[in-house]
Design a protein around this ligand. Structure first.
Ligand code: 13P
Length: 248
């Protein structure tokens, strides 16, 4: 039985005043049966971890593959852990696009995260062009093979399926399409890592998850939670998504 995870990715949003939303979320969500994670900008990791006071896990949005060194502007996994993070997102499509991150780079970041004791949330997902060309599963397979470290276990890795065209667009795949990709990811991880770990790794769906569509998405096979962008910024939106997952 896999645990469920409701994860929020604040992206480049949020200042100290935004922590009031986290206080509201902690108060409103009661005792969810799922794990709850928020990944704020790095500037807020420490303060958010204090406000969350153990009720919500905190994660980074990226890390460098090295531990220390001459890498101006970068943050290591060890630094994120030191600031209060227990997770880190790696290979988000915005990083792949904006910073040219390859599967090999993503894999090295995931390995660094695991070494430092963080859970790596490894993102994969096809573009609209890929989907229209009916190469979605080929793209996902290549990203999984290249981005997921051989050492991945259920305790150290979460995989997030985020179709690039569904992010921030209000568009979502059909439930059948989400199920097809999640089942495919499960089969791929089982073949690669063995069923003990492959069956236990949590798979998240991400891309325009809202309070209104969360419950139906959480009912899809092999969907163990969500990675939520815009709707994670407000307790009034993220709270109902956490509830939907708790009740799924
Ligand atoms: P939205 O929920 O805003 O579509 O973003 C999804 C996402 O990219 C989460 O990482």
């Amino acid at each position: 039985m896999r645990g469920k995870l409701a994860a929020g990715n604040w992206k480049m949003n949020g200042v100290a005043a935004s922590l009031a939303e986290v206080e509201s979320l902690v108060l409103s969500m009661g005792r969810p049966t799922c794990e709850v994670l928020l990944c704020p900008p790095a500037t807020l990791i420490h303060r958010m971890s204090v406000v969350a006071s153990g009720n919500i896990k905190i994660g980074g949005q990226d890390c460098h593959a090295k531990t220390t060194g001459a890498h101006t502007g970068d943050l290591s996994a060890a630094m994120l852990a030191d600031a209060g993070a227990s997770y880190v997102i790696v290979g988000h499509s915005e990083r792949r696009q904006d910073h040219g991150e390859t599967d090999a780079v993503v894999q090295s970041k995931a390995s660094a995260a695991i070494t430092e004791g963080l859970v790596a949330v490894i993102c994969v997902g096809e573009t609209l062009e890929d989907r229209e060309a009916e190469r979605t599963l080929d793209v996902i397979a290549a990203q999984l093979d290249g981005s997921v470290p051989d050492t991945a276990t259920a305790a150290t890795v979460v995989v997030a399926y985020e179709p690039v065209w569904a992010i921030g667009s209000g568009l979502t795949p059909t439930l059948e399409q989400i199920g097809e990709v999640h089942d495919f990811i499960r089969t791929n991880l089982n073949a690669r890592l063995g069923t003990t770990e492959g069956d236990a790794i949590r798979l998240l769906y991400g891309g325009s998850v809202k309070p209104g569509n969360a419950a139906e998405i959480f009912a899809v096979s092999n969907v163990d939670g969500a990675l939520v962008g815009g709707a994670s910024l407000k307790a009034a939106d993220f709270g109902p998504i956490v509830d939907a997952l708790s009740n799924a």
